[in-house]
Design a protein around this ligand. Structure first.
Ligand SMILES: C[S@@+](CC[C@H](N)C(=O)[O-])C[C@H]1O[C@@H](n2cnc3c(N)ncnc32)[C@H](O)[C@@H]1O
Length: 295
């Protein structure tokens, strides 16, 4: 590897890309753009399931991801209370609430925009979005019947304090489900192309960094979680990732024809989506996983 380039990449990998302020600003400014990605305001990738989803209709795959996460929570049909840690506009919350009659939910986010607009969409449901840090919430200990984190814990690098907070709020015997991209090896062992994509992905999406899958599993077990099940669902996620090169030009075209300016955060979002695609192509270095862990 070219030593100067290698040095630059490795030095940059040590940087913390995401301050809470940066994450908040990113989501305050770019959340609206997600309508181009999902009519239902799903701010994650999808899950392809033959016969249930349509490769050409992205939202069928994005909503199937919600269904898969809900299934893994194994909620009972009685009164249940679930926390969505990093809930975005509450797309996953609404999906769950439409399918479980006795469910109430709390979502946490750092974005004021998501609190205001997300709560409007949740008006008819027993649910609320609050502005809190998922590393330190006001949710009582041993109070929730399930906790989920869909493409949100990457903003804190799937850190131990983030996982501990989820553990604290869960009732014994209840589950945490995480859906996210992870590294398969240390950032320093990534090939040149992966390193570059990874650095750009973190920078543009204000991510602290992706967790290393084996380390995250071990950390969950050290914290006290049992039955930690790690599923590599990359092939099921890939079809929705391949929507990115089509969705981005369409979004740009719409903005340009309407004469609307494209904000810095929108550009960052678009570039990050592109780097998600280039990272996904490095299958030896990155994977998309569903992790289920029981307290
Ligand atoms: C990519 S969005 C995913 C949203 C949602 N889970 C979904 O799949 O539609 C990431 C979310 O994580 C939230 N987030 C990032 N860091 C956070 C933190 N420290 N505390 C709470 N929320 C956070 C953001 O505000 C945003 O809502």
């Amino acid at each position: 590897m070219n030593t100067t380039l290698s040095h630059t990449i490795h030095t940059d990998l040590k940087k913390t890309h995401a301050t809470r302020k940066e994450i908040k600003t990113f989501y305050d400014e770019a959340t609206e753009d997600y309508t181009f990605w999902s009519q239902d305001f799903n701010m994650h990738f999808g899950y392809f399931s033959f016969g249930k989803t349509n490769l050409l209709r992205r939202d069928t795959m994005l909503n199937e991801m919600n269904t898969q996460v809900l299934k893994r929570l194994e909620l009972s049909s009685s009164k249940q209370f679930v926390a969505d840690l990093g809930c975005g506009m509450g797309g996953t919350m609404r999906h769950f609430l439409d399918r479980h009659a006795a469910l109430s939910m709390i979502g946490v986010t750092v974005s004021d925009f998501q609190v205001t607009e997300g709560n409007k969409l949740l008006k008819k449901y027993p649910a609320v979005i609050v502005k809190e840090d998922f590393r330190n919430t006001s949710i009582s200990s041993n109070s929730v019947d399930g906790a989920i984190a869909m493409e949100s814990f990457c903003h804190s690098g799937h850190s131990v304090d983030t996982l501990k907070e989820a553990y604290r709020m869960l009732k014994p015997g209840k589950r945490l489900v995480i859906g996210d991209a992870f590294l398969k090896k240390s950032p320093h062992k990534l090939c040149l192309g992966s390193s570059y994509s990874y650095r750009k992905l973190c920078e543009k999406w204000s991510l602290e960094g992706l967790g290393i899958i084996q380390e995250v599993k071990e950390n969950l077990e050290k914290i006290g979680f049992s039955k930690v099940n790690v599923e590599d669902i990359s092939p099921r996620v890939a079809p929705s990732v391949f929507h990115v090169p089509f969705a981005i030009p369409l979004f740009l075209l719409k903005k340009i024809t309407k004469g609307e300016p494209i904000k810095k955060q929108s550009w960052d979002n678009l570039k990050a989506s592109f780097y998600a695609l280039t990272s996904g192509l490095h299958m030896k270095d990155f994977g998309y996983y569903l992790i289920t862990a029981e307290k």
